[in-house]
Design a protein around this ligand. Structure first.
Ligand code: ZN
Ligand code: ZN
Length: 163
């Protein structure tokens, strides 16, 4: 679960010149807070995080923190926006969640690691939708000799509900 991106230890004991150590020291302190701790606070934190994860998984589009809050409150009514922000940051550090940032707009969040896809922003209701796959071709417009290796774009307009 939360441990999926724990740095893999290289057990061969090499001398001290391991550059990876600098990276490894940044995260583990946080991960160490996760273990089974039956205290009420820990149980509450776990339930909050689970409600947030479930809200994000149940959505078929990237959610803003406010949208995560209202969806997750169905599971844990006492949830606050501050708690959502804290868990969003934590889930990003875990590598489970990633930000969807469209120009000039506050971030939305979706499960990390999805296949290449694009987003649609509804100018009426403000929701951001996911568009599966990619049919965009730019190669014909490139100057001679240029090679595009990546692209980033989104569409905007009105969603079905707002049309
Ligand atoms: Zn809409
Ligand atoms: Zn694409």
């Amino acid at each position: 679960m939360a441990h999926s991106i724990a740095p893999q230890r290289d057990e061969t004991d090499r001398p001290s010149q391991r550059a990876t150590q600098a990276r490894a020291t940044a995260a583990p302190g946080k991960a160490a807070l996760v273990p089974a701790d039956p205290s009420p606070a820990a149980v509450r934190n776990t339930r909050q995080k689970e409600a947030i994860r479930e809200a994000i998984l149940a959505a078929d589009r990237p959610l803003s923190p406010e949208e995560i809050l209202s969806a997750a409150q169905k599971g844990v009514a006492s949830l606050s926006l501050a708690t959502v922000y804290r868990n969003v940051a934590s889930l990003q550090r875990d590598g489970w969640l990633q930000a969807v940032t469209l120009p000039g707009m506050p971030a939305r969040y979706e499960v990390a690691g999805k296949a290449h896809h694009h987003h649609f922003h509804c100018n009426e209701c403000g929701k951001v939708y996911e568009m599966e796959g990619c049919g965009f071709e730019f190669h014909a417009k490139l100057p001679k000799g240029f090679l595009a290796t990546e692209h980033e774009l989104f569409l905007s307009g009105r969603c079905a509900a707002c049309s």
